[in-house]
Design a protein around this ligand. Sequence first.
Ligand SMILES: Nc1ncnc2c1ncn2[C@@H]1O[C@H](COP(=O)(O)OP(=O)(O)OP(=O)(O)O)[C@@H](O)[C@H]1O
Ligand SMILES: [Mg+2]
Length: 311
Amino acid sequence: MTPAVEIQNLTKDYEVGFLRKRRVRALDGLTLTVGRGEIFGFLGANGAGKTTTLKLLMRLMYPTAGAARILGRDIADARMHSEIGYLPEHPYFYDYLTAREFLQYCAELFGYARAERRARAADLLARVRLEEKSWDKQLRKFSKGMLQRVGLAQALVNDPAVVFLDEPMSGLDPIGRREVRDLIAAQRARGTTVFLCSHILSDIEVLCDRAAILRRGRLAHVGRLEELREVGGARAMELVVSGADAGRLEAALGGIEGARVTATPGGARVEVPTEAQVDEALRAVRAAGARLVAVHPVGNALEELFVSETK
Ligand SMILES: Nc1ncnc2c1ncn2[C@@H]1O[C@H](COP(=O)(O)OP(=O)(O)OP(=O)(O)O)[C@@H](O)[C@H]1O
Ligand SMILES: [Mg+2]
């Protein structure tokens, strides 16, 4: 089967300034392939070129150079666009419509019959967890988080084979973020390919099979999450322990390279430079008569890769 998305040397210059004489290269020779059924993370700091890439793929503007295919068909091919979905970064809605009317209208654009439009609207509003009492309210009365859910529902209205989401968690509270995460994960089970733009690493980490990191318009890295973490370097781990004195702990941990103990009010924190040392550290903690409370990573290798300008 052809890949879900194939991007070849995609480049975009914006013409800016008075008389549009100056050019700014927002995307510089992006080449990338996304397989069918993948949840693909597209990471980059503000201004890296994520939205520009999506707008090019959605054919909302023309590239300066390069080409792309979605589902094996050129992005200029209008037929393909009925098989994909798109959540823009700043969705604009007809805000005098209710949520239900808006979704039925979206379904109408895809040519579904009336009964099917109704069924789809209700199914989607339930799937994005919009409370049923809001379904018949006008969108202009919706909060940012509620609108974001409607936007997501709209992106899925045609059961797309590939869906492009530009910052789908933006404006959502923690519970909303989790619900949207679950919804995206559920798309995987349906076989949908998800192209997920975000600058929030934790969302990408829990959802994506692979990710690309875009830096000032250029592809800095692409790979499976584990590979990206490796490029980012070893990550330090922290063990939170209780019921031991720091002196005994330090003695027990003496043989572990780079281990550090910091006393805390309830016990101590033990930090080791790599994940591979956690087992060893745990044995030492037990030998010192301490009890393990928690183990977690200190910082995040992927985060470092993301913010680093050189790696
Ligand atoms: N219409 C435009 N005219 C001129 N420059 C633009 C235009 N749109 C974007 N840019 C520039 O192109 C670069 C990439 O912008 P883009 O919106 O693609 O980034 P992004 O990765 O989506 O960022 P964010 O995380 O903030 O949404 C930025 O430097 C931006 O200033
Ligand atoms: Mg953007």
